[in-house]
Design a protein around this ligand. Structure first.
Ligand code: GTP
Ligand code: MG
Length: 462
């Protein structure tokens, strides 16, 4: 059924549009080779080319044989191709006209423009990758740090799929046991079956819990830690942003109230991606623009995953700072005692009544002192410093997380039912549900609308 939809041939430019070294146009479908052949002139006709070979030649107009572009064409016959169908990849000169000429000719054949993600969708429908692997391809493209890329690469290779398969395997065992039980109730010792169901449900629930535990870290790796730098005017917030970003992104002056708007910058610290937000210094003000800025600072604080509260060590704690400290109490935050190059006037005991010693970082941004300590404190806070070692399987996709939770709940229901000796065919429903919910992660039991929604997130030509 699925395959009848795939009989047409699709084409798209798979490289970024604009000028570049080369542009690659990808064509896929059961007829791809015979449909591109009339447009390609080379020593070996495309229809006689062996799989996985590259051919030099020209794209020609099929009407008059005029040479339209000079290209290299790669032939990959299915199922040993990305889409599992016959694939022809045309490497052309990387220019707008070149790409348009080739695409125009292709689209005059029985070839249509691919939808975003359609190549990957065919790889999925062809059974080459499952849904969680396809989704990891999107993550690969969007990765903002080396670490996030490695995690996505592992998922593309099937690390998450393997875990899901293992869990589902246990559920199938349970279902088989239950089935026998329903068919041959005379063989059953009721209490033994209940024990079996409880054991196996717990086992799978444990597996799910382990995966869910990785989800926080996974989300951070994927989306970055939203980090708000806040404090009173002139304490050195913009200086800190510049130091962490190693760039003069924000304006720094000795005039309090320099920063009026939220400034964003993406950085990575020990491979952890951070979205840094420099904000306007918080104080009472009658300046209309600054007032709006202060409001935005407060909004940034409430949305942040991490708050860096910057204080000027050369001044005593200000009333506004005490209010801020009250507000951020209990949140993930680090206190930066800046300007340590100047004599300290800060009441450290007062600080310690709000924050742990380990969350207070003395610094002098001006003299570049303490930056390493701050970076270490951030990685410890989020990954306990253990980021470099360990397994790279993280669940970060919200869809996967939601399904894992649902499957967990279904199994909890099965467990509770077994405990209460509820009839076995009722328990069967819960176990089957969990099996389906886990299956949806890898696309084994996914609706078409879901597939469309997922693949439409891809770029054209992927
Ligand atoms: N002595 C000393 N001066 C610093 C240090 N860090 C920043 N400054 C100076 O403090 C002044 C204010 O720095 P900014 O980074 O603009 O401060 P801010 O917190 O962004 O200020 P607003 O944008 O007004 O809220 C500048 O003159 C900086 O050079 C430091 O560690 N030691
Ligand atoms: Mg500033």
């Amino acid at each position: 059924m699925k395959n009848s939809m795939l009989s047409d041939t699709i084409a798209a430019v798979s490289t970024a549009l604009g000028e570049g070294g080369i542009a690659i146009i990808r064509v896929s479908g059961p007829q791809a080779i015979s449909q591109v052949a009339p447009l390609f002139r080379s020593r070996v006709p495309l229809t006689e080319a062996e799989s996985h070979t590259v051919h030099y030649g020209h794209i020609v107009s099929p009407d008059n044989g005029e040479k339209m572009e000079e290209v290299l064409v790669t032939v990959m016959k299915g199922p040993r191709s990305f889409t599992t169908e016959d694939v022809v990849e045309i490497s052309a000169h990387g220019g707008v006209i070149s790409v348009r000429r080739v695409m125009d000719l292709l689209l005059q054949q029985e070839i249509r423009l691919a939808e975003p993600g359609e190549f990957t969708k065919r790889a999925f429908l062809g059974g080459r990758i499952d849904l969680s692997q396809a989704e990891a391809v999107i993550d690969l493209i969007r990765s903002k740090s080396d670490r996030a890329f490695s995690v996505a690469l592992k998922q593309v290779s099937g690390s998450l799929s393997d875990r899901i398969h293992a869990l589902r395997h246990t559920l199938i065992e349970m279902l088989a046991h239950i089935e026998v039980n329903i068919d041959y109730p005379e063989h059953d010792v009721e209490s033994m079956t209940a024990e079996f169901i409880k054991d196996k449900s717990s086992e799978v629930m444990e597996g799910i819990t382990k995966l869910l535990k990785t989800s926080n870290e996974g989300k951070i790796l994927r989306e970055g830690i939203t980090t708000a730098i806040v404090g009173r005017p002139n304490v050195g917030k913009s200086s800190l942003l510049n130091a962490l970003a190693r760039d003069n992104k924000a304006i720094v002056t000795d005039i309090p109230g320099t920063t009026r708007d939220v400034i964003e910058e993406y950085i990575t610290i020990n491979n952890i991606p951070l979205k840094l937000l420099d904000t306007a210094g918080i104080r009472e003000t009658i300046d209309v623009v600054e007032k709006i800025g202060v409001e935005r600072s407060k909004a940034a604080v409430s949305d942040a995953d991490l708050i860096l509260l910057v204080l000027n060590a050369n001044e005593e704690l200000h009333e506004d700072e005490l209010v801020l400290m009250e507000q951020i109490h209990g949140r993930q935050c680090l206190v930066i005692m800046n300007k340590m190059d100047l004599p300290s006037k800060l009441d450290k005991d007062k600080l310690l009544s709000f924050f742990e010693q380990s969350n207070i970082v003395p610094m002098s941004v001006l003299e570049e002192e303490g930056l390493d300590k701050l970076e270490d404190a951030i990685s410890t806070l989020f990954f306990g410093g253990k980021l470099e070692s360990g397994d790279l399987t993280y669940v970060s996709n919200v869809r996967h997380i939601a399904l894992l939770k649902k499957a967990y709940n279904s199994l909890q229901d099965a467990y509770d039912a077994a405990e209460q000796y509820i009839p076995i065919d009722m328990i069967q429903i819960d176990v089957r549900l969990a099996w389906e919910q886990l299956g949806e992660i890898i696309g084994d039991t996914a609706a078409d609308s879901l597939l469309d929604q997922i693949f439409s997130q891809f770029c054209l030509g992927k």
